[in-house]
Write a protein that binds this ligand. Structure first.
Ligand code: MRU
Length: 343
């Protein structure tokens, strides 16, 4: 099943409920989808790209419009709302812009609606296809018997289907290789323990959960052959991904373990540098409550000072290779990324 899809409205797997409950929720209004993005019911850069695209389609379908000018004005407002939800993953903006510009080509209400929806559906289908390609290229880096450490969730749930970092692992397993995965829990919202562990177990892939603070010991003990993570944005000098990724990259370099980043072309924002990117800061409640959903079980004094950035940046010199749908890209990235991706 796809993580996010169109069925008269936008439907998505509510990732805040996993692994307790598997539930598909309906977003019939753009406000509902924007809220789902903010509270991470849908999350992960490629899934956000699809959400941005479907959000524009939803804007066109959520109510009736008498004339095309009114509809286009409404779509533009909805695009602003969707773009204001989360700042770091560049894919969200790509998805919104792509469907917005397709919709604006329509000459009447019906045409705008059809153009928006068909472009959004294209984004979703392309994501599945490119993840398969990425998986095929990346699987060449994984030898039979490898143990791969991963961080956060860059799997089916973070994409429309298959996954980026986990897609590489899935493809290697599909080729018949025996691969073990070590999943870091990924505090504070536990995308690693709640989502990565869950989805790998659904597929019967061998996964062992560790806390984030255990990444060092498993590397020191020689238990990790490589690390693979996803990305929210790749700029000329750094990779932005879930908070804690930088720590894993530094540890990997210290232990001479390859550190790979798997991401589609739409995650690249090559015109920018790390200093240009806004890192989302999230609420203090995520750190002080054991269960953020019901705001119970304090794990810190309620009035403690809190710093809660959702992402960090890993300088590209820590990255052994970038795995994309166009192939594996090795350093020097300033030469090889534009060559491979045509920037
Ligand atoms: O805050 P999240 O859960 O949206 O963060 C997601 C990540 O950092 C993922 O690793 C990244 O988006 C890549 S997903 C293929």
């Amino acid at each position: 099943m796809r993580t996010i899809f169109w069925d008269d409205c936008v439907k998505l797997i509510d990732q805040t409920l996993l692994p307790d409950r598997f539930e598909v929720i309906k977003c019939k209004r753009v406000e509902e989808l924007a809220d789902a993005i903010k509270r991470l019911a849908v999350r992960g850069a490629p899934a956000l790209e699809a959400a941005g695209g479907y959000g524009i389609a939803l804007a066109a379908y959520e109510r009736d419009f008498a004339e095309v000018g009114e509809l286009k004005e409404h779509i533009r407002k909805c695009a602003e709302l969707l773009a204001s939800t989360r700042p770091t993953a560049v894919n969200l903006f790509y998805g919104i812009e792509r469907v917005l510009s397709a919709a604006m080509q329509g000459e009447n209400v019906e045409e705008v609606k059809l153009l928006a929806l068909s472009e959004a559906e294209k984004i979703a289908s392309e994501d599945v296809e490119r993840n398969r390609q990425m998986g095929k290229h990346g699987a060449k880096l994984l030898k039979d018997g490898f143990t791969v450490l991963t961080y956060c969730n860059a799997g089916r749930l973070a994409t429309v289907d298959w996954g980026t970092a986990l897609g590489v692992i899935r493809s290697a397993v599909e080729e018949g290789k025996k691969i073990k995965v070590i999943a870091c829990e990924t505090r504070p919202l536990n995308q690693g323990s709640r989502l990565t562990a869950w989805e790998l177990m659904q597929d019967g892939i061998d996964v062992t959960l560790i806390t984030d603070s255990m990444a060092g010991i498993v590397m020191q003990k020689g238990l990790v052959d490589c690390a693979i993570v996803g990305a929210d944005r790749i700029v000329r000098d750094a990779v932005f991904n879930k908070i804690g990724t930088y720590t894993v990259a530094v540890l990997a370099k210290e232990h001479s373990i390859p550190f790979y980043v798997a991401a589609p072309e739409t995650t690249f924002d090559w015109g920018k540098e790390a200093k240009d990117v806004v890192i989302e800061e999230r609420s203090r409640e995520e750190l002080i409550y054991c269960n953020i959903k019901c705001k119970r079980s304090l794990i810190a004094p309620t009035d403690v000072g809190v710093f809660n950035p959702a992402f960090d940046s890993t300088p590209l010199n820590y990255v052994s290779a970038l795995i994309t749908e166009k192939g594996v890209i090795y350093p020097p990235y300033d030469e090889n990324v534009p060559k491979a991706l045509g920037f």
